[in-house]
Design a protein. Structure first.
Length: 129
């Protein structure tokens, strides 16, 4: 039997994560309406846009198209006009560069969590590449 290495362990973990994601996708497909679309898909293809002031900071979120380095499924979030790098996870949760280890259910929640974490400090632009 081959020796367990870090590479093999990470490969096994990735395979398990992929299987769990596929299982979650299958479960959500099973709960779809008779037309084959879920309630969320019926109204829009992703998170809704938002623009609000939260704890004195302006937070915005909106779908984006085209180029750029977006892991957020074509969605951009801004705090005081500076882009907050967000990413959607396979389970539908969202994380940001500010609160990377604390997944939240929506990009709006990611923006609010970042504002709380920043404690009034300005968001510094994140160079994704």
């Amino acid at each position: 039997m081959p020796e367990l290495t870090r590479r093999r362990a990470l490969g096994a973990a990735a395979a398990l994560a992929t299987a769990a994601g596929a299982q979650a996708l299958t479960a959500s497909s099973a709960s779809a309406s008779p037309t084959g679309t879920t309630a969320d898909e019926h109204h829009h293809d992703g998170p809704e846009a938002f623009d609000e002031v939260f704890r004195g900071r302006r937070i915005e979120g909106r779908p984006v198209t085209g180029g750029g380095h977006h892991h957020g499924g074509g969605y951009a979030v801004f705090i005081d006009g500076v882009e907050l790098h967000v990413m959607s996870n396979a389970d539908g949760s969202w994380i940001s560069v500010v609160s990377h280890y604390d997944p939240v259910p929506t990009p709006r929640a990611a923006a609010r969590a970042a504002v709380v974490e920043l404690q009034g400090a300005p968001l510094v632009p994140f160079a994704a590449n």
